[in-house]
Ligand binder design. Structure first.
Ligand code: ZN
Ligand code: ZN
Length: 245
C-alpha cells in the first residue's frame, strides 16, 4: 500500500481550497501574495536555519563553531557510518520543525510541497550521484494508523530517479524513536529493516529519503540492510536534522 485513498482525497481537497483562498503563510497566517513560490512569508523563511557549512563531510552534522571548512566529525572518525553521506536541508527548529510535526502528527499535507521545495536544491545534487530513490519505510501497523508514509510522500516527484517502493521494508515494529535515548534508539531499530527484492538494489547507488535525521540510528540500520542486499552506496537526504551540542 502506498497512500491511503482518504489521504489522497484530503490532499486534493486542500489543493482545491488553496486555489480559491488567498494564499496565506502556513506558519503565521500572513498573506504571501499570488505569485509567491510557496506558502511561506519572508519573515518565517528568515527564521529557517539552513544546514550550511561547516558541517561533517559524512553525517552532515552542523558544527556549532561557524569557523573552518567541512570536515569529519569526531563520531564519524571513531565509528564511520555505513552510509556515504547524510544531508539535511535545515536544522530541526522553527518552521521546518513545525512542518515536520504538522505533516506527520496532524496530517496537514499542505506542508508537503513546502518541504519538497526546501529539499529540492540538495535532492538535485544528490540525485546526480544515485541510481534509485526510496523512502525510509514505516511498519505496516504504523502506516495503517497514520494513513501515509511521510518519507514516501517527500520522495515522490522529488527527483527524476526511479522511485523504489516497497523495496526496503520494516520487518519489525519498533517504538517511536522520539521517546528513546541514543543507545536505546540503536537497540530499537537493530535488525528492523530488510530488502524485499535484493535484485532491485544490487550494484545500485541508493538515495534514501526521510523527514528527520536525529541520531542517525535509523539511517545506519537502513544503510546496513541495503548494503547487505548489494547496494554499493547509500546517501541519506532529510528535510531537517536535530541541532548538535
Ligand atoms: Zn509567516
Ligand atoms: Zn559526522
Amino acid at each position: 500500500m502506498i497512500i491511503h485513498p482518504l489521504s489522497q482525497l484530503k490532499r486534493l481537497s486542500l489543493t482545491i481550497l488553496e486555489f480559491f483562498l488567498p494564499r496565506l503563510c502556513l506558519f503565521c497566517g500572513a498573506a504571501v501574495g499570488e505569485k509567491a513560490r510557496m506558502a511561506v512569508c519572508p519573515e518565517c523563511e528568515g527564521k529557517i536555519q539552513w544546514a550550511a557549512s561547516p558541517r561533517c563531510l559524512c553525517c552532515g552534522k552542523v558544527f556549532a563553531s561557524r569557523e573552518g571548512e567541512d570536515r569529519m566529525c569526531g563520531s564519524c572518525q571513531q565509528e564511520p557510518p555505513p552510509f556515504r553521506q547524510a544531508r539535511a536541508a535545515a536544522v530541526y527548529d522553527g518552521p521546518p520543525a513545525e512542518a515536520i510535526k504538522r505533516l506527520k502528527f496532524n496530517r496537514q499535507l499542505a506542508y508537503l510541497p513546502v518541504m519538497q521545495e526546501w529539499l529540492k536544491p540538495l535532492a538535485l545534487v544528490m540525485a546526480e550521484q544515485a541510481d534509485l530513490i526510496m523512502p525510509v519505510p514505516l511498519h505496516p501497523r504504523r502506516l495503517k494508523s497514520r494513513g501515509f508514509n511521510q518519507a514516501l510522500l517527500l520522495a515522490q516527484g522529488l527527483t527524476a530517479l526511479p522511485l523504489a517502493r516497497d523495496t526496503l521494508i520494516r520487518v519489525r515494529h519498533t517504538r517511536p524513536q522520539v521517546e528513546l535515548s541514543p543507545k536505546e534508539r540503536r537497540e530499537n531499530v537493530k535488525g528492523a529493516f530488510a530488502v524485499s527484492r535484493p535484485e532491485r538494489v544490487k550494484g545500485k547507488r541508493v538515495l534514501l529519503v526521510d523527514d528527520l535525521f536525529t541520531t542517525g540510528a535509523t539511517a545506519r540500520e537502513c544503510a546496513r540492510a541495503l548494503q547487505k542486499a548489494g547496494a554499493v552506496q547509500v546517501d541519506i537526504l532529510t528535510v531537517a536534522r536535530t541541532k548538535q551540542d
